[in-house]
Design a protein around this ligand. Structure first.
Ligand code: AMP
Length: 224
């Protein structure tokens, strides 16, 4: 099974995706995480991606498609795969459709999350993460006890450079222009498209997601 998480930045795809793969024993391929790792490691891909990411723009399709193909080839054939943040353009979706038959897979489910722009803006620009525990806070909705400091480890929280307010506006615009057309692409495909309201408490979003997966895709998610 191949499933795709679709939706604007800040809608909660990452959190829901992490929980889902844990509960199902699937693998997640999150292109944003892979690119950030490549930048930290200073690889050629990381260097090429840097300026696009800092500006809130998309990294060119060829680089992303190559990265994803590498990851797909390395997976064991019977593991379910959940894509987070990929595909983000119609050419990426077409490249995925073209690549999957060679690994004997196809896109089964596409999960679309959405929420109003003002909510997304606060969720992303308020996001701060702990470099060592990995815990993610939000200064508006889920602040640490002491401003700027991780409750668990005491280290200084990080504000991702592409989570700065100016870049957030650009990322939301890029989503509407370049990624939203994928809703129609998948609506017309053989895959099952699930629409989930992302403007709710995390637990409610998760409840809706599990119910929709069971009802429309026959996927029962147990407890993580
Ligand atoms: P994310 O963590 O998914 O929000 O991704 C962070 C940034 O990485 C994006 O703003 C893009 O610059 C880049 N990126 C991640 N995934 C893709 C993709 N599928 N296509 C193009 N750029 C991507």
């Amino acid at each position: 099974m191949v499933a795709i998480l679709l939706g604007p930045p800040g809608v909660g795809k990452g959190t829901q995706g992490d929980r889902l793969v844990r509960a199902l024993g699937w693998q997640k391929i999150a292109t944003g995480d892979l690119l950030r790792a490549a930048r930290r490691e200073g690889t050629e891909l990381g260097r090429k991606a840097q300026e696009y990411m800092e500006a809130g723009n998309l990294v060119p399709d060829e680089l992303i498609v190559e990265l994803v193909k590498e990851k797909l080839a390395a997976l064991s054939p019977d593991t379910g795969v959940l894509f987070d943040g990929f595909p983000r353009t119609v050419p990426q979706a077409e490249a995925l459709d073209a690549a999957l038959p060679s690994v004997d897979r196809k896109v089964g489910v596409v999960i679309l999350f959405d929420a109003p722009a003002d909510v997304l803006h606060k969720r992303i620009s308020g996001r701060r993460s702990s470099p060592d525990s990995g815990r993610v806070y939000n200064i508006y909705f889920d602040p640490p006890k002491v401003e700027g400091i991780c409750d668990e480890t005491g280290s200084a929280l990080i504000h991702r450079d592409d989570d700065q307010p100016e870049t957030v506006a650009r990322r939301l615009e890029v989503y509407r222009k370049q990624t939203q057309p994928l809703v129609e692409y998948y609506d017309e495909s053989q895959a099952t498209l699930l629409r989930i309201d992302g403007d709710q408490e995390m637990s409610e979003v998760q409840g809706d997601l599990h119910a929709a997966l069971a009802r429309e895709a026959g996927i029962e998610v147990g407890e993580a």
